[in-house]
Design a binder for this molecule. Structure first.
Ligand SMILES: Cc1ncc(COP(=O)(O)O)c(C=O)c1O
Length: 383
């Protein structure tokens, strides 16, 4: 009989459940130590927190790997650290990367400003044209990068044609699914080789940690770990412990984020001062049917375009009380920000307009407060 698979709520709390020894702490002990006693004369790998082999770092990585359905995982000191090392692990000078153009602005800057310095060529493609992936492959192509759901339009990219091309040409498919968390979407189940997440967001969920993670095959994670030891992006043990603590309520929080996102999106869709709502759970969203098929929840992120444009957006941001004007997202508290000044700050106004992110676009991260209270606050701010 094969061992019983545990559900995501159980996994997010326990990792692989096991009977605890008598007097063991129920909450995992934090190993807040940079270094550990070495046996004299031992030639085994030393225990050193920059190496990512501190027990607190290993515990949270194991749990994330289980949630993604991956062989292994590693936490890094930020989501950007995770994206950077994941790409450095699969690309070499002279290689070519195909990337979706619907990505977080920081990732785009990393590709444009840094990967080029390593002699890596980048091609941006619009991911709603399935044939574009095959047409963009060159002899030197080694990897494809996709973000889904996307920041901030919540587009849900169809990974099937991408995974098909990746398999056919032997390319690594890397997917940043930060906006879903492994509760709502697990890229490896859809043909990706690597899942990337900014653990700053839903995994931690309390707006008090910067962290990132990658999950994939044991050999991929070994290469990321090798790079991490040299480039120095290991997660601090305290941050790892906080992420682990956050993950224990991940499934429950996601259920509430999903419910509150839907409630706010439905309210916004009916509001006369709101011209357009971007939420994959709404039938009006261009990817609604696909999102229904592949997501286990539509998430808490909602894009809003006000009828009054940037002036109306500014007025609303000055009047909110419960909802907080701050960048970042996916915490227990509802946050709102303007992509033009945050996630897409480095992107030109023309490029932002071409992406469908006009000035005045508001990105709302619905927290887990009472939905009625979030809606009442937004209503009074619009009124
Ligand atoms: C989709 C996505 N990926 C990666 C990142 C980078 O994460 P971090 O801020 O933890 O470095 C962000 C940050 O907003 C993001 O939205």
């Amino acid at each position: 009989m094969s061992p019983r698979r545990f559900g995501p709520s159980t996994t997010a709390i326990h990792g692989l459940p096991h009977r605890r020894p008598d007097w063991a702490p129920v909450a995992p002990a934090i190993q807040q130590s940079s270094t550990f006693v070495s046996p004299v004369g031992s030639d085994e790998d030393i225990l050193y927190s920059r190496y990512g082999n501190n027990p607190t770092q290993l515990l949270v990585a194991k749990k994330y790997a289980l949630l993604e359905g991956a062989e292994d995982a590693m936490f890094l000191s930020s989501g950007m650290g995770a994206t950077a090392l994941a790409h450095l692990a699969v690309l070499r000078p002279g290689d070519h990367l195909i990337t979706s153009s619907w990505i977080y602005g920081g990732t785009q800057q990393l590709f444009d400003q840094e990967l080029g310095r390593f002699g890596i060529d980048i091609t941006y493609v619009q991911p709603d044209r399935p044939r574009i992936w095959r047409r963009s492959v060159r002899k030197s192509t080694r990897a494809i990068f996709v973000e889904t759901p996307t920041n901030p339009l919540m587009r849900v990219v169809d990974l099937a044609p991408v995974a098909h091309v990746a398999r056919e040409f032997g390319l690594a498919l890397l997917v940043d699914a930060t906006f879903a968390s492994p509760i709502n979407f697990r890229p490896l189940e859809h043909g990706a080789d690597v899942a990337i997440t900014s653990a700053t967001k839903y995994l931690n969920g309390h707006s008090d940690v910067i962290a990132g993670a990658v999950a994939g095959s044991a050999s991929f994670v070994e290469e990321v770990t090798r790079l991490m030891r040299l480039w120095g992006q290991a997660i601090d043990p305290h941050a790892a412990w906080l992420v682990d603590r956050g993950m224990r309520t991940l499934a429950l929080r996601m259920a509430r984020h999903n419910a509150n996102g839907a409630a706010v999106a439905e309210w916004a869709a009916e509001h006369p001062a709101i011209a357009r709502v971007h939420y994959p759970g709404l039938p009006s969203h261009p990817d609604h049917e696909h999102a229904k098929a592949v997501l286990d929840g539509f998430g808490g992120m909602v894009g809003l375009e006000l009828a009054g444009g940037p002036k109306a957006a500014e007025r609303m941001l000055k009047r909110i009380k419960l909802v907080t004007h701050a960048p970042s997202l996916a915490g227990v508290e509802t946050l709102v920000s303007e992509p033009r000044l945050t996630s897409h700050r480095g992107v030109s106004a023309e490029d932002r307009a071409a992406l469908g992110i006009p000035d005045g676009f508001l990105r709302l991260s619905c927290g887990i407060e009472d939905a009625d209270d979030i809606i009442a606050d937004l209503s009074q701010a619009l009124g």
